[in-house]
Design a protein around this ligand. Structure first.
Ligand code: DQA
Length: 147
């Protein structure tokens, strides 16, 4: 049932959360984030499908597969935010509401992180809130889907 499911997409290197540059990304693991997202979405009656990949094409395929299967997408494209026209185009192609999450405040970091191709497709963007940003994204989409 399309309207009962969110797709949670995490891009390259996010599988290493917990040990990866904890001074930037904190110590929460991806498994913990995924489980919290499932909990928050579950409270609103939404299931969550998760994908994490270090490969751009795998992420594009997962986004395509969300068409007709999911109602909305939460995505942290990680480094692909700053480079991938393919991921932005895939999101554009499926036409689902998109919430973009960054654990860190990309605007307070290196210049090359300030631009995200995905932000032009996203309805909402949260950056710098840490793992809480994923919950905010889910909360936004829950309200958005209820409209
Ligand atoms: C990130 C920010 C990106 O610039 C970086 O490449 C990441 C993670 C974040 O969540 O803060 O891998 O998307």
């Amino acid at each position: 049932m399309t309207e009962r499911r969110l797709l949670l997409v995490n891009g390259p290197n996010l599988n290493l959360l917990g040990t990866r540059q904890p001074e930037v990304y904190g110590t929460t693991t991806l498994a913990q984030i995924e489980s919290r997202v499932a909990e928050v979405a579950g409270q609103a009656g939404l299931q969550v499908r998760t994908v994490q990949s270090n490969h751009e094409g795998v992420l594009v395929d997962a986004i395509h597969a969300a068409a007709g299967d999911c109602a909305a997408i939460v995505i942290n494209p990680a480094a692909y935010s700053h480079t991938s026209v393919a991921i932005a185009d895939a999101l554009r192609s499926v036409g689902l509401p998109v919430a973009e999450v960054h654990l860190s405040n990309i605007h307070a970091r290196e210049q090359f992180r300030h631009h995200s191709y995905v932000s032009a497709v996203a309805e909402m963007v949260v950056a710098g809130a840490g793992p809480l940003g994923y919950e905010m994204a889910v909360q936004y989409l829950v309200e958005r889907l209820a409209r």
